[in-house]
Each structure stands twice: as structure tokens, then as C-alpha cells.
Design a protein around this ligand. Sequence first.
Ligand code: AMP
Ligand code: MG
Length: 268
Amino acid sequence: MITVVHPGAKVSLRDLPTDARNGYSGKDDPQAIEDLAKLLARLSELQERLMAGAKQSLLVVLQAMDAAGKDGVLRKVAGPLDSRGVSVYSFKAPAGEEAGHDYLWRVHARCPRKGELTLFNRSHYEDVLVVRVLDLVPKARWSRRFDHINAFEEMLHDEGTRVVKIFLHISKAEQGRRLQERLDIPEKNWKFDPRDLDMRAKWDDFQEAYEDCFERTSTQHAPWHIVSADRKWARDIAVARLLVETLEDMDPQYPEPNYDPKAIKILP
Ligand code: AMP
Ligand code: MG
């Protein structure tokens, strides 16, 4: 399920489902498998048009608690796309040159060029989320950032970049299971970061920071989408559908050839 946050609306995350099957019986439901395949095929087609037309751009912002599936969405939904027109960037805590600039500097530099679909794994939203919860920047500073962010995203929109913001909503119990799995399965050990446990201990603070963030930064052009994400397969279908609908609305077109294809003969 996807909840679209209307501008200024208050959000209560605990009242929104983390577990939704969206009408399917489960992950082996043939309809679910078929729908995902169809959506991914349609997404590829639209992304090729976006790339070929090179007139507009699409920026997908993925935010979530640890282990909520940001990487899974990148692999399953963005993975099959044509890599020539897709870029993914994972934002970590700013370091070196990044830390020497304002918080939007590194973000702006990674925004899509015309024709490109860019996905952010974390984003400028960390600068009003983790920064707030861990008290890395005084409130007097981070609280002014909502307005900067809205203005920044409005500028992107006005200049031809569609901004789609997605929050993958999982329950604390599901996060616990996934973190445990990272400890139990040797091939998943590399995904575990002991610092995730410090963040998990601040679960309620993060949920509250997210709620404020949604209320302050859902705009008409770039609203937040809260996706039920406890079930990975349902999450993938929901995100794929959202991206297909967004691109259909953007309606990218192949460029007109600057020659007459019928007038040209390829000699044997
Ligand atoms: P991961 O996404 O698991 O690789 O972790 C990246 C880490 O970088 C997370 O703990 C984020 O909270 C942190 N991070 C990302 N952006 C910022 C930021 N602007 N300030 C502080 N920490 C950040
Ligand atoms: Mg992590």
C-alpha cells in the first residue's frame, strides 16, 4: 500500500500499515509475479523514452530505517533498467570535501542530467533526520532546512526534474528479524553494521523525525509516498507501479529524427 502525504498533512506512522498484501495472496501468487514482470517491462520502455528524448529527468529519493529494503528496491526495480540512463548514489555521513560545503552541495551535484533517472539511497533528508536525532547540528539550524529543501526541490521541478520521494515503512519487529538474519547468515554478515543497533534504540525518535519531515516537505510537486515494506515482493510491485505511473504522467517522447528514414537507402 502507498499513502501519499498531502502538503501540510500530519502523519502518524503507527497508524499506517507496514504489512500489506495489496490484494495478492502472497509472494507466490501468479498474479503478483505477472504484475511485477509487466510493470518492470513497462518501466524499461518508459525509461528508454526518457533517455532517448533527453528532455526531462527523474529523481527518486529513497529513505527508510536500516534494513527496510532500500538496497532491495535498487536491485529489483532499478536493476533491470538500461544502465546507460540510470544512476544510483548512496549517501553516507559527509566526509572530506563534502563536509566542507553546505549540506545540499553534494546532493545537487548528483542530481540527474536531462534524460537520466537517478535514485538516491538516502539523501538530503538525512540532514533533517539523523542529524536531528543524533543532535549533530543545533535545532536552530536544521529546523530551517525544511524551507531550503522545499525551495531546492521546487527549483529542480521547474527546471525539468520530477522528484519522487519514497519512504519504505517497516515495523520494528521486521527490522529486528532482518538484522538478526544479517548475523545468522554468513553471506549476509557484511550487511550488518553494529551502529544500526544504536539507531534501532532510537526508533521512536526517528519515526517522529520522519513524521515532521513528511509534514514539512510534502509539496504539491514532490509529495512523500509511504510504502508498506514488511513484505519485500509487495514493496517492489508498489514502487514499480509508482515509477511507471510517474513516467506515464511525464510522458517522455522519442526525439524526432533529423533526417527522413524513408529517404535513406542502405546499399548492400
Ligand atoms: P548505510 O545507508 O547503511 O550505508 O549507512 C549510511 C549512514 O550514513 C547512515 O547511518 C546515515 O544515517 C549516515 N548519513 C547519511 N547522510 C548523512 C548526513 N548528512 N549526516 C550524517 N549522517 C549521514
Ligand atoms: Mg546500513
